[in-house]
Unconditional design. Sequence first.
Length: 136
Amino acid sequence: MDAASVAALLAELGYPDNTPGEVAERLGAWEEESNGTVLVAEMEGNGVGLAAWTAIPYLERAGRWGRLVALVVAGDIRSRGVARRLVAAAEQWARTRGCSAMELTSSRSREVAREFYRRLGYEDRCGRSARFAKLL
């Protein structure tokens, strides 16, 4: 994965203070993570989107739940299905690891993103911060 592309995508997500070196270190940690992964979408050799997710065991019952940790697509290619495919990949990965639900958070100021998640079947289940969950 190209750390510079990932750093640029993280800046679009609202986290501009990531150097490529710092991102490379974190990507290395994710590569070793057995219960999570990062997927970078590329077009013509350029990183144009990314998603990171993990599977977490429930304590109160059997099984796991998935958590979409990050999702971003470059502004100039949004609405082309990249985010939809990244979320589908995350959900499929979670299913194969025994997850019965998937969740994510999104800032209340990101209304377009929140509508996108609703269209995918996620429900806003929290009044203070946007927390979405979907049964798988």
